[in-house]
Ligand binder design. Structure first.
Ligand SMILES: NC(=O)c1ccc[n+]([C@@H]2O[C@H](COP(=O)([O-])OP(=O)(O)OC[C@H]3O[C@@H](n4cnc5c(N)ncnc54)[C@H](O)[C@@H]3O)[C@@H](O)[C@H]2O)c1
Ligand SMILES: O=C(O)C[C@H](O)C(=O)O
Length: 313
């Protein structure tokens, strides 16, 4: 009997989409469909074929199909949406809202038809608002519509802490919650190196500098690249979320989830700690915050609300 592999569709075959497809195949998480617009069908097929031909070298077994036809995405277990434009130096993520809302909506209308049982992960920016747009266009239950920001923001935060302490990234744990913007909330009080609170290891002014660098981490890369935004760490983040779902790992991962009362917010998609497993977001952790942390979270929640208003009118 043939073994059915997981099927993962990545919509948008640009920098993040193509990198994600390659990393998914390298981890043998399933067969990958890479989908872009009809005008880019040949380059998309070319990227997919090139990745497929790396399989014998790297030793992975995964079908990788390039396409512009949603029929090829039929029955996907996971759909990852990276379609849309990226910002350039001088722009904020919010400047992308109108263009990307149209793109995400039309992508989701197709996904709804061909993969009605899928779990959808959204990357396109401004991602909190785009996750809201996707939720409305898909009509899926909230546990199956998930935005990516927290894995990436946390990865940046932990990178800077491990550099500061000159210790392994494996021993630094922490989390960033809130919207994917310059007022996101790295939770310093819940950050540890080797089990020791970082406030005992790093002077306060250096922690503040790390927090600020984390908040503007996306812009730092945009300025360095000059014509696009980050894609290696974003792709790695999408792959971690996909793996948690497909392997039903029940990992505690920060993701963009629909809040209905948690942290005192309603009808808001924003980054919080969640448990990711076979059913997508299986739980939202409504953790205790100090007054200062809650004030910071309120600020980022307001920013996200203002962007969502642009797309909901
Ligand atoms: N949430 C995050 O943490 C995060 C991280 C990185 C990038 N992003 C965002 O992800 C998006 C993609 O970034 P990128 O660097 O891959 O950009 P990119 O320009 O390299 O790729 C985007 C791709 O989307 C395709 N596309 C556009 N409209 C489409 C449609 N209707 N259907 C299918 N494909 C379509 C384009 O043709 C292009 O190939 C941007 O909005 C960026 O801001 C978010
Ligand atoms: O910064 C961007 O525009 C892309 C992405 O959101 C990131 O944080 O790298």
């Amino acid at each position: 009997m043939a073994i059915r592999r997981n099927k993962i569709t990545v919509v948008g075959a640009g920098f993040t989409g193509a990198t994600t497809a390659l990393m998914l195949a390298q981890k043998e998480l399933g067969d990958v469909v890479l989908l872009d617009i009809p005008q880019l069908e040949n380059p998309t097929k070319g990227k997919a074929l090139d990745m497929l031909e790396a399989g014998p070298v790297q030793g992975y077994d995964a079908q990788i199909t390039g396409t512009s036809n949603y029929e090829d995405a039929a029955g996907s277990d996971i759909v990852i949406i990276t379609a849309g434009i990226a910002r350039k130096p001088g722009m904020s993520r919010d400047d992308l809202v109108n263009t990307n809302a149209g793109i995400v909506k039309s992508v989701c209308e197709n996904v709804r038809e061909v993969a009605p049982d899928s779990i959808v992960i959204i990357l396109s920016n401004p991602v909190d608002a785009m996750t809201y747009v996707a939720y409305q266009a898909l009509g899926f239950p909230k546990n199956r519509v998930i935005g990516q920001s927290g894995v990436l923001d946390t990865a940046r935060y932990l990178t800077f802490i491990s550099q500061e302490l000159n210790v392994s990234v494996e021993d630094v744990k922490g989390v960033v919650i809130g919207g994917h913007g310059d007022d996101m909330v790295p939770l310093v009080r819940y950050t540890y190196a080797g089990g020791v609170p970082i406030e005992k290891l790093i002077p306060a002014d250096r922690i503040e500098a790390i927090v600020q660098r984390t908040r503007t981490g996306g812009g730092e890369i945009v300025n360095l690249l000059g014509n696009g935004s980050a894609y290696y760490a974003p792709a790695a983040s999408l792959v971690q979320m996909t793996e948690a779902i497909l392997k039903d790992k029940k990992r505690i991962i920060p993701t963009i989830a629909l809040l209905e009362g948690e942290y005192g917010y309603d009808n808001l998609f924003m980054g919080v700690l969640t448990v990711l497993g076979a059913n997508g977001i299986e739980k939202i952790l409504d953790i205790e915050l100090t007054e200062d942390e809650k004030t910071a979270l309120d600020k980022t929640a307001n920013s996200v609300r203002n962007v969502i208003k642009v797309v909901t009118g």
